[in-house]
Design a protein around this ligand. Structure first.
Ligand SMILES: *[C@@H]1O[C@H](CO)[C@@H](O)[C@H](O)[C@H]1NC(C)=O
Ligand SMILES: [Zn+2]
Length: 998
């Protein structure tokens, strides 16, 4: 309430002045206040850090509800900033989170919108970052990062044109920084990146060496075009202590009336100058940046600006008496431009900023795994979004579906926020994220179903989806005597998928493919641990498996499934359960198989091309450190922090029997580790990986000790020299060496478990030079290799203490009256180095963008022959698949008559003899429903024509590469769709004009 009263008092009649009148100014670098040569230029950067959900939900933050949790109201921030900027043209402000901006913009009248447009076009209000949210870097997948930038940037360009285009990455709060994120910024055409959080030792060392500004060489594949100027902020993102003028800080305003007893500007300015001089000792040029902001500050912006106006004026007034300090309102891009103008030479960096530690006991590596089921749901949201975007394009009426696609675009943008996918929001906020995602998914699936219905011409039916397949539940397959399952493949190459449909195991089924061929099926029981999941409301006790071969690219096959009443249980002879006397059992074969010790289900022998390799897999847990967080040594493990108390302890009791099921399609072993952990290990016919489907929880709470559960794989006597590899946002692999950082000296290495944890978005890998072991996952997780031959991934954590970094809740997730249970999959591959990259990359791609199932109950008055004869049972959206090393990354409705299209080379240059080569594709006539008439290339975010993007160039001390900027940049926007060259790891973005093929 206090906020509101202040606002109304301050801003009465403010807009009577110049706002609303057209101010034609310049934006971008041209609108910067000039710096002064021979002076230390101090850039005051007013900003507000507005989390898209954290302690409060997105809407609570926007409207300002639940003030008792946190005083934060984004709508009033934007209201008051616009007013305050209008009052004085010298003032500047940056805005970052477009999720909040658009919520506000839509509610403003024309006059306010016109004022904002003036502010933007004169560079007084500048958008920076510009994505839907300030995304997390560790857990976010590259597709979702690119998508959420695309959406935010598109709206900015549509509304504000060139002046709305951000130039700068502003990742001030995410808890560590990936190299792929830097690559993305470079490909977005940005000139630099600013952030606040990095390992405290690295920060100290960089400040000491004046290397807190550097050229980040972010991709060995893309070379110089992926270089990015990177600035480590001095004071994270806060104002200097004592200089927060926001109402939330309750500080005295600056008073420069010498007659007043409250006069304070002289000593306040002096204190600030001390701070400024200290800071400037750590940076190379005669410019420094003062971040004048904090979380949700500027709800009464006039107050903040009032004091800044005064102190800036006072500092500059001293120049006449010899002061060499020049204070200006600025933005990060104006600061960056001033630094760039100095032509300074900077050092380079080519690894990343992970893991992040804020003190020697606080490694922020717990959030790599926190809220494992939310992390899975987020991945699923991406999968569903890509599907509905593709199908909308294929309908040739893409724009008709905008209103059903956009909610999921925006929900996925929200999910990338650094307190969303990270699992570091409060429980009620996490519940709200799930609500947002669920509602958006259902709209997007409505669009997919509508398009599929048009394509298939399916009579008297409709499509539904089975959102609970991950707990082996699906109403349609469980309850219907006959139904059709349509499996859509969103990849640009054909895929063979083993479909698993939940059924009752008393029944037998026929599965008929689009060619009316009856398929081989197999029925495998669902493990007891799944059947008994709390909250699972399903009659399914088994899964019906069949092989959906060669699902067409961007297309589907529809399979008829019908209960066979005549031959009860005949299919079941396909699956045999072996006798418990046998000590060991094989799944797979000698070419690729596992021999499992049934007495100790953690011991295996892996067969790869006839050679036996011992393998262990076990579940273990770390006891979480409890503590009051008053001192570093008392830090508790929490939503952010992983702080184990000791090494991992085994959790399996091994007295449980394993069950083996073999049939023509899959061989699997069901193991029980203890009464809250179990696993299914399976090998499908013809596949080159093993699947480990784990189920963990409820993690017991009876001893009050938090537990963090890992699945650990080990090849004894394997020599990988303390070295392992992890992916960066699902793309390039980075080398990790135990207890070592390549770009700083790690001295305080006391947490040497959590300090060796890295985010695994897609895969973690070991090699001994001849062979390669990799484990892939289905959601973001923390992982490491703590000993030679060993890989571990953290699958679940349940904690009873908060780690005192703000969320103020213990990560003790509960569902259905008990601790949360999580189920997920790991995929293990092993083989010789020359083949394995291909196996890993192609498998990772399939597991990220999976086939989507659409179910339809068949009306029994239509015979199956009638159905097949009158329906398109098989459809391919492409005339030819794209090559295996190319992925159609994006296919989405864009503007009238155009689509957005991205092509990606999914290999690095040194991975595979053939697939790592550059490749040329012809996409002109590759799509079934349309023909490409023109193709214009844009930057990665699709908000600027590529030929118009000119990035600033920088000098680095790395002499190994030529210093010319943008060596391989295309100077033409218009591209021939018949010849598109892709180099390793390159992503190219196009706006295509299309016409329907006759
Ligand atoms: C950005 O907006 C401007 C102004 O509306 C428009 O001319 C331009 O084509 C847009 N850029 C892209 C890449 O769509
Ligand atoms: Zn934040």
């Amino acid at each position: 309430m206090k906020v509101l009263i202040l606002l109304s008092v301050l801003f009465v009649g403010v807009c009577a002045g110049p706002c609303g009148n057209k101010v034609t100014g310049k934006c971008g670098y041209e609108s910067c206040h000039p710096v002064k040569d021979g002076y230390l230029n101090v850039h005051f950067v007013p900003h507000s850090h507005d989390d898209v959900g954290w302690l409060k939900t997105v809407d609570q933050y926007y409207y300002g509800s639940e003030d008792s949790i946190q005083t934060a109201a984004v709508q009033f921030i934007l209201d008051s900033v616009v007013e305050a900027l209008s009052k004085n043209p010298d003032r500047r402000f940056i805005y970052v989170e477009t999720a909040f901006f658009w919520k506000w913009w839509e509610k403003q009248n024309e006059e306010t919108q016109a004022t904002v447009k003036d502010l933007v076009s004169s560079g007084r209000l500048e958008f920076i970052g510009g994505a839907w949210s300030m995304n997390d870097e560790a857990n976010a997948n590259y597709i979702s990062i690119i998508d959420q930038f695309t959406w935010g940037l598109r709206k900015l360009n549509d509304t504000f044109g060139e002046c709305g285009r951000p130039h700068i990455g502003w990742q001030i709060d995410p808890f560590g920084h990936t190299r792929q994120m830097a690559t993305i910024f470079s490909q977005l055409g940005y000139d630099g990146l600013f952030f606040g959080r990095l390992d405290n030792e690295e920060k100290t060392q960089r400040l000491e060496n004046k290397t807190a500004e550097m050229i980040w060489q972010s991709s060995p594949n893309l070379g110089r075009s992926a270089d990015l100027f990177t600035h480590v902020l001095y004071n994270q993102y806060s104002a200097p202590k004592g200089y927060c003028f926001d109402i939330l800080c309750g500080m005295d305003p600056i008073v420069d009336d010498e007659m007043s007893p409250q006069y304070n500007v002289d000593w306040k300015a002096k204190g600030l100058i001390d701070f400024i001089q200290n800071q400037s000792r750590h940076y190379k040029t005669d410019n420094i940046i003062l971040t004048m902001g904090e979380d949700f500050h500027y709800t009464a912006a006039g107050i903040n600006f009032y004091s800044m106006d005064k102190i800036i004026k006072y500092i500059n007034s001293k120049q006449s008496s010899g002061s060499k300090i020049n204070a200006i309102y600025s933005t990060p891009s104006c600061y960056l431009k001033a630094v760039n103008d100095r032509k300074e030479t900077f050092s380079t960096k080519s690894d990343d900023f992970l893991p992040y530690k804020s003190d020697k006991h606080s490694y922020w590596t717990g959030y790599f795994t926190s809220r494992p089921t939310q992390k899975y749901y987020e991945r699923k949201g991406n999968n569903i979004l890509q599907t509905c975007k593709q199908l909308a394009v294929q309908s040739m009426e893409g724009l008709k579906y905008e209103s059903k696609i956009t909610p999921l675009r925006e929900a996925m943008g929200v999910m990338q926020h650094h307190d969303a996918i990270t699992g570091t929001a409060k429980q009620h906020v996490a519940n709200d994220y799930a609500r947002i995602l669920t509602e958006a998914i259902s709209k997007c699936e409505e669009a997919s179903s509508a398009v599929l219905l048009e394509i298939s011409g399916f009579i008297k039916s409709n499509y539904t989806t089975c959102p609970l397949m991950n707990i082996s539940a699906c109403a349609v397959s469980e309850q219907s005597d006959q139904f059709v399952v349509t499996i859509y493949n969103p990849l640009s190459r054909p895929i063979t998928e083993f479909a698993r449909l939940p059924i009752s195991d008393n029944d037998s089924y026929d599965v008929i493919d689009p060619q009316k061929k009856k398929l081989i099926t197999q029925i495998v029981p669902i493990p007891e641990s799944v059947i008994n999941l709390p909250g699972r409301n399903s009659s399914a006790t088994a899964e019906l498996i069949f092989e959906a071969t060669d699902l067409p690219p961007l297309g589907y096959k529809a399979f008829i499934v019908r209960k066979d009443h005549t031959k009860q249980n005949q299919n079941r002879i396909h699956t045999q359960q072996t006798q418990p006397e046998i000590d060991s059992v094989d799944i797979g074969d000698k070419r690729f198989g596992l021999k499992i010790n049934t007495k100790d289900s953690s011991r295996y022998e892996m067969y790869v091309d006839g050679v036996a390799v011992p393998l262990l897999q076990n579940f273990l847990y770390y006891k979480s450190m409890a503590g009051d967080n008053r001192k570093a040594i008392n830090r508790a493990s929490g939503a952010y922090i992983f702080r184990p108390n000791g090494t991992a302890l085994p959790i399996c009791d091994h007295s449980n029997e394993s069950k083996i099921f073999k049939g023509p399609l899959v061989e699997e072993i069901h193991t029980t580790c203890n009464n809250w952990t179990s696993q299914v290990i399976r090998k499908y016919k013809g596949e080159d990986h093993f699947e480990f489907e784990w189920l963990v929880g409820p993690i017991p709470n009876n001893d009050g000790i938090g537990k963090e559960v890992v699945s650990r794989f080990k090849i004894p006597q394997y020599h990988n020299d303390n070295t392992f590899y992890t992916d960066s946002n699902g793309r390039e692999m980075l080398k990790r060496v135990l207890n070592y950082r390549s770009s700083f000296d790690l001295k305080e290495n006391v947490e040497n478990i959590s300090g060796n944890y890295y985010p695994i978005n897609s895969q973690i890998m070991l090699t001994d030079g001849r062979t390669q072991l990799a484990v892939l996952n289905d959601r973001a997780q923390g992982g490491s290799s703590l000993d030679d031959g060993e890989l571990e991934l953290m699958v679940h954590r349940r904690l009873f203490h908060d780690d005192a970094f703000g969320v103020d809740e213990a990560l003790n997730e509960r569902a259905f009256g008990t601790g949360l249970i999580a189920r997920g999959q790991h995929y293990l591959t092993f083989g010789s180095v020359d083949k394995q990259y291909a196996v890993q990359r192609l498998l990772a791609q399939r597991k990220l963008i999976k086939p989507q199932y659409f179910m339809s109950i068949n009306n029994s008055d239509i015979t199956f022959n009638e159905l097949i004869d009158n329906t398109v049972m098989q459809y391919s959206g492409m005339r030819n698949p794209l090559p295996n090393n190319v992925k159609l990354l994006t296919l989405e409705p864009w503007k009238e008559g155009t689509i957005l299209l991205r092509l990606e080379h999914i290999f690095e240059f040194n991975e595979d003899k053939n697939l790592s080569k550059s490749v040329v594709v012809n996409i002109q006539d590759v799509f079934l429903n349309f023909h490409i008439i023109s193709l214009k290339e844009t930057t990665l975010g699709a908000n600027q024509w590529l030929s118009e993007n000119i990035r600033l160039s920088w000098k680095s001390d790395d002499k190994s590469t030529p210093s010319s900027d943008q060596i391989d940049k295309n100077t033409f926007t218009e591209i021939d769709p018949k010849h598109i060259l892709l180099t390793p790891m390159q992503i190219r973005t196009f706006v295509a004009e299309i016409i329907a093929t006759p």
